[in-house]
Write a protein that binds this ligand. Structure first.
Ligand SMILES: [Zn+2]
Length: 351
C-alpha cells in the first residue's frame, strides 16, 4: 500500500509517501503519489525510555510524599519485597501486553531487586517480541554481585544520588562503563542534587531533572547527557518536567512512563498528557521534543525516524501541522500493508 503525508524521518518531518508491504516499509520518497491508499502522518513505533515494570502489580497507592512512597525503605520497596513472584511476573506481563497494544516496540526498564529482580523480568519477557533493555540495580553493592548483574543485564539503573553512598554509585558507574554497559540514574526529582557528583558518574542518561538551577541545566547540556522526562509520574507528586528549560539549553529530551503502579506504560497517553497539560504558549517546546518518544541513536545505534525494513504507524490526521496531529487526539493505527485503510484484523490480544 502507498501512503501520502508527512513522514517522520531521521532528518525530521518531510512530505512525501511511503510504500508498506506486509507491515514493513519498503520505500520512502519525497514525492507524493496519485491515488494513495491512505493519507496522514507516518511515524515509527514508540520507544519507552523509562519504566519500572516491576511495580505494575501494585493497584492501590497510599498518599505519601515521594521519598516515603518510592524511596529506599518506602512503600514500594516493601511491597516489592513482600510480593509473591507470580503476582509480580503477572503484573509485568500485563504491562508488556499494554505496550504491545499501544505500539511500543522497545523500552528501558529500571529493574530493582538485584539478581532475583532480573530473573523475574526474564520470566515475564518470555514469549514477548519486544526490544527490552534491562538496567539492573545492586542490592548488596558488592563487586561480585555487580559483576553478575552487568553480565546478565544491559547496565545499571540507580535510584538517586541521595539514596546511596556516593562511592558505591561511582564504583557501579565505573564498572558499567568499563564493560560497555549503560549507566543511568534518577536525578534531582525530589530535591536538588549535586551536579558535580552526577558528572563524575558520566551517566548515559538521567531521569527527571526537575529540581535544578541554571548552572545544573548548563552542566548537563555541556556534558551532552540526555534527560528522560516522565510527565504523569511527576504530576502524581505535584511536579512538572522542565521541558522549556531543557529545550532552551539544547538538551536531548526523551520520554518515559516511570512507575507502572502510577502510570501505565502507554507512550501515546504520556506525550498527549504532557501536551494538553502544558500552557498553550509553551506547547511549542513539547512539539520540539516529539522525537523523544521514538527510539534514539546512541542507545542502540538505531535512528529515530521511519526506515525501510521496519514497521510504521499512521496517525489519521491532516499532515499540515504534523506535530499537532501526533500530539492531539487522532487515531493511530499500524500500517500493515493489507486490509482496508492499512488496518489489519483487530488485535484480539487480551491481558
Ligand atoms: Zn523512575
Amino acid at each position: 500500500m502507498k501512503v501520502n503525508g508527512s513522514i517522520l524521518t531521521e532528518n525530521g518531518l518531510m512530505e512525501g509517501h511511503v510504500v508498506v508491504e506486509n507491515g514493513i516499509v519498503t520505500e520512502i520518497s519525497e514525492r507524493m503519489v496519485p491515488y494513495p491508499d491512505a493519507t496522514g502522518i507516518v511515524i515509527p513505533y514508540f520507544f519507552n525510555h523509562h519504566t519500572h515494570l516491576g511495580d505494575s502489580f501494585i493497584e492501590h497507592i497510599p498518599k505519601l510524599p515521594l521519598d516515603r512512597l518510592v524511596g529506599p525503605g518506602g512503600f514500594k520497596e516493601r511491597a516489592l519485597r513482600s510480593a509473591d513472584d507470580e503476582i509480580m511476573i503477572a503484573g509485568m506481563k500485563k504491562s508488556l501486553n499494554l505496550m504491545k497494544r499501544t505500539f511500543t516496540s522497545g523500552f528501558i526498564d529500571f529493574r530493582e531487586g538485584g539478581v532475583k529482580g532480573l530473573e523475574l523480568i526474564e520470566k515475564a519477557l518470555q514469549g514477548h517480541e519486544i526490544d527490552a533493555s534491562i538496567l539492573s540495580r545492586p542490592v548488596e553493592w558488592k563487586e561480585d554481585e555487580m559483576e553478575e548483574l552487568l553480565q546478565r543485564s544491559d547496565g545499571f539503573g540507580i535510584s538517586a544520588l541521595s539514596d546511596h553512598d556516593f562511592d558505591d554509585i561511582l564504583m557501579a558507574a565505573e564498572m558499567a562503563h568499563e564493560r560497555g554497559k549503560l549507566f543511568a540514574i534518577h536525578f534531582s526529582e525530589r530535591i536538588r542534587e549535586d551536579v558535580g557528583q552526577l558528572l563524575e558518574l558520566r551517566p548515559d542518561m538521567i531521569v527527571h531533572a526537575i529540581e535544578m538551577e541554571e548552572e545544573d541545566f548548563q552542566a548537563i547540556a555541556d556534558a551532552n547527557i540526555p534527560v528522560v522526562i516522565c510527565p504523569r509520574s511527576n504530576a502524581f507528586f505535584g511536579k512538572r518536567p522542565k521541558v522549556k528549560e531543557l529545550v532552551e539549553h539544547g538538551i536531548d529530551v526523551r520520554v518515559g512512563t516511570d512507575n507502572g503502579m502510577i502510570a501505565k506504560p502507554d507512550m501515546i497517553a504520556e506525550i498527549r498528557y504532557l501536551y494538553l497539560s502544558t500552557p498553550k504558549n509553551e506547547r511549542k517546546y513539547v512539539e520540539r521534543i516529539l522525537t523523544g518518544i521514538f527510539e534514539r541513536k546512541g542507545l542502540k545505534e538505531r535512528s529515530v525516524g521511519i526506515e525501510t525494513g521496519r514497521p510504521a504507524l499512521l496517525v489519521k490526521a491532516p499532515w499540515l501541522h504534523p506535530e499537532k496531529g501526533i500530539l492531539g487526539n487522532s487515531e493511530i493505527i499500524p500500517l500493515t500493508g493489507s486490509g482496508p485503510d492499512g488496518r489489519d484484523k483487530e488485535d484480539t490480544d487480551s491481558d
